[in-house]
Design a protein around this ligand. Structure first.
Ligand SMILES: C=C(O[C@H]1C=CC=C(C(=O)O)[C@@H]1O)C(=O)O
Ligand SMILES: [Mg+2]
Length: 466
């Protein structure tokens, strides 16, 4: 329980009202409190009725940062393609300007923070599938639960407009108390049954892979990542909280995310970091090259060793390392990475993995780094622009947020973005799953097809399918 003094209500209410009137525009007031340990899934569930299409969830693989947002106090959204990263950053900074932030904790991920993502390719024609999400979409929640390295905080964001009066502050606190009172609410854990599985044109997809392979042998394209969709139909509405709970249990080493917008929910468990910024340090990940897990420990090790020595996968991985290193060297004083990949083992799949650390200036923009990196050749290809154009031309899928940068930025401009893969889009009784694979000149379309099937598995399991 958070106790509030009467004087705080009056003083802060007055501050907000006065400044909004003085400046003649909306003003943010953000208040941070420390809380007792709270289950993040219960917090997400507590928002089910009141904030249904206005929720997000984020957990990083180390469990250092869990974020749950309920309600929307401000939305930054645009379908404009040009300079989209710059525009989001500009709007974020102008939203923070002249606001009041009551935060005594020097911890990243608390206080005002925006969560959201960018579509994979804003120049690709948008289809009905992604109609509920703007191509650049960020939410600044009304209430943010942050669990940072084991400590729990609650941020309440209030927007004072010139027409508001003192009572806005106390109303917001009332709403918060109601929310905290409903934390114990349990949701039904009954999963709907999977009725139909529809692979979207698998044979045509393989032909597209074959066509791209032919082009790769003649250059200048070296790698193109091609993705496909699996559309699922269930016996009743699929609840994001049930899927989230399953992903949380089944994929502890992944980023777990859910992002609801206008009734649809983009959800997944991605192993891939795009970029994390903490002060003047940045961290990225090269992840590309895949093989299945073994049933026995021995088989698993043999598969891992096979992957580490496989030329096709080493080339596929090497392109990602080359590009990320080069992109970070443009913004960082120092970039450190091992000279050989190691293995990252997830529940269904193992990957070639090279971690990258960079030292940048304290004022380096996180979104500028996102712009430089996205898409890495793990999702786009090499050379970057040509590969994205090729995908736009030959891929039938509207990727939307799949494969794009998804994550958060706090008011100190720290934050983290994952590459939104191993993911799906929940649309009431139906769900689309997405998976891609790196196509290089040695690729065989049948193998790539099987690799994408493996990548559907984490989401399929979480949905109760096989
Ligand atoms: C594009 C995906 O995975 C990427 C990340 C790791 C390994 C990959 C690969 O081996 O092809 C992909 O580049 C996906 O999961 O949809
Ligand atoms: Mg691959």
């Amino acid at each position: 329980m958070i106790t509030i003094q009467e004087t705080e209500i009056k003083e802060r209410g007055l501050l907000g009202v006065n400044r909004a009137r003085e400046l003649g525009r909306p003003i943010l007031m953000s208040v941070v409190h420390k809380m007792d340990t709270t289950n993040p899934l219960s917090f997400f569930n507590a928002g089910k009725d009141r904030y249904c299409g206005e929720r997000f969830f984020w957990k990083d693989p180390t469990n250092d940062m869990v974020l749950v947002g309920l309600g929307i106090s401000k939305q930054i959204q645009s379908d404009q393609a040009a300079d989209r990263f710059f525009h989001v950053e500009k709007e974020w900074k102008s939203f923070l300007k002249d606001g009041f932030i009551f935060n005594q904790y020097k911890v990243d991920g608390v206080g005002p923070l925006m969560f959201g993502g960018f579509s994979f390719d804003p120049f690709k024609e948008k289809t009905e599938l992604w109609s509920k999400f703007a191509a650049s979409l960020f939410h600044i929640p009304k209430f943010l639960l942050s669990i940072v390295r084991g400590e729990t905080f609650l941020t309440t964001n209030i927007i004072f407009t010139p027409n508001d009066d003192l009572s806005l502050y106390s109303k917001s606190l009332e709403e918060r108390n109601q929310l905290l009172d409903s934390l114990r609410t349990r949701i039904s854990t009954k999963s709907p049954s999977l009725m139909r599985k529809n692979e979207i044109f698998p044979e045509r997809w393989k032909q597209t892979v074959d066509g791209v392979v032919k082009e790769l042998t003649n250059g200048p394209l070296k790698k193109v990542v091609l993705a496909r969709e699996l559309r699922l139909e269930f016996s009743s509405v699929v609840e994001a909280e049930t899927v989230l709970e399953s992903l949380y249990k089944q994929q502890p080493a992944s980023y777990i995310f859910a992002f609801a917008s206008n009734g649809d929910c983009f959800i997944g468990a991605s192993p891939e970091r795009l970029i994390k910024k903490q002060g003047d340090e940045v961290y990225s990940t090269c992840l590309a090259g895949s093989i299945s897990r073994g049933i026995t420990e021995e088989e698993d090790q043999i598969l891992g060793q096979t992957l580490l020595a496989d030329q096709k996968n080493l080339i596929e991985h090497g392109y990602v390392v080359e590009m990320i290193k080069e992109a970070l060297e443009q913004s960082c004083k120092e970039v450190i990475l091992p000279d050989k990949p190691q293995l990252m083992k997830m529940r269904d799949i193992q990957h070639l993995y090279t971690p990258v650390i960079g030292k940048c200036g304290p004022n380096t923009s996180l979104l500028l780094l996102v712009e430089k990196l996205h898409p890495t050749p793990a999702l786009g290809g090499l050379p970057k622009t040509l590969a994205v154009e090729k995908i736009r031309e030959v891929e039938e899928l509207d990727r939307g947020l799949f494969g794009g940068p998804l994550g958060w930025v706090d008011y100190q401009q720290n934050g983290e973005f994952a590459v939104a893969i191993r993911s799906g889009l929940i649309q009431e009784q139906e769900v689309s799953l997405f998976a891609g694979c790196g196509v290089v000149s040695d690729s065989k379309s049948e193998d790539e097809y099987l690799e994408t099937a493996l990548k559907f598995r984490p989401m399929l399991r979480a949905l109760g399918g096989k």
